[in-house]
Design a protein. Structure first.
Length: 256
């Protein structure tokens, strides 16, 4: 999927408008303002499965513009956070891949809402932004009030919150936290699996190399994999390579 998204970004990324996140937070701020002027305006934007079934198909898209809070103070904090996380992803990925991330998440949310016949919001899709950024830059620090904290710790807390909500929400609503996780895994799952396999392979190589270094020379003769010289020549120094290319701990004399 990664290669396909790379090709998509290379072909169409330059044609997409820049700073898509600014448009997102702008629409949410505008919808909040319009609802303050004309109470009830947000009801026409929300993802209501019953209203969609009646033909109000715009709700499949406009729900993303509904703010996640009714408080102006928390709205400002939410928009700032979304802008910070979203612009990082957009710069790192490019516009095409970033837009694809949103479209897949929106499609998943809308499909679940219509299929289950329950209302839904963009809250969990917005939460998935933190998981994505924390994966790409886990050591990045943000200020939580006046306390600097790394994104990876916030991501761990968010995963715990998603698990708790999936276990405690009533009825069909408990599947919506899975939207954040599934959208994240769709884009990051293959890379995470590959990183885990590489880490395990390197750990195995280190253990085997350490074990081999502890064995007495009389039990195992060391031989250079390139030139064939052995440790019978006491003037030759050996090193053990544990790289992925060798595949296993391999002896080399110092010149090689």
């Amino acid at each position: 999927m990664s290669s396909w998204l790379d090709r998509l970004d290379a072909r169409f990324g330059r044609h997409l408008p820049g700073n898509l996140t600014l448009g997102l937070v702008g629409f949410q701020g505008l919808s909040f303002a319009l609802d303050s002027i004309s109470p009830g305006f947000l009801e026409y934007l929300k993802l209501d499965a019953a209203k969609v079934a009646q033909g109000q198909l715009w709700r499949l898209v406009t729900f993303i513009a509904v703010p996640s809070t009714a408080s102006f103070f928390f709205l400002v904090l939410s928009l700032l956070w979304t802008y910070m996380m979203g612009t990082f992803l957009e710069r790192h990925w490019g516009a095409a891949r970033y837009l694809a991330y949103w479209l897949v998440g929106m499609a998943g949310t809308a499909s679940l809402a219509v299929g289950l016949g329950v209302p839904a919001t963009s809250r969990y899709l917005l939460m998935s932004l933190l998981l994505a950024v924390a994966t790409l830059d886990p050591e990045r620090e943000v200020m939580l009030l006046v306390i600097p904290i790394r994104l990876k710790w916030l991501a761990y807390l968010e995963v715990a919150l998603l698990v708790w909500e999936a276990a405690t929400l009533p009825g069909a609503s408990k599947v919506f936290p899975l939207v954040a996780v599934s959208n994240y895994l769709l884009f990051f799952g293959p890379g995470l699996v590959q990183a885990l396999r590489t880490r395990q392979r390197k750990a195995t190589h280190v253990v085997e190399a350490h074990r081999a270094a502890q064995e007495p020379n009389v039990t195992k003769q060391r031989r250079c994999a390139t030139c064939g010289v052995t440790d019978e020549d006491r003037t030759v120094e050996f090193r053990v390579c544990t790289c992925d290319r060798c595949g296993k701990p391999t002896n080399f004399c110092l010149p090689h």
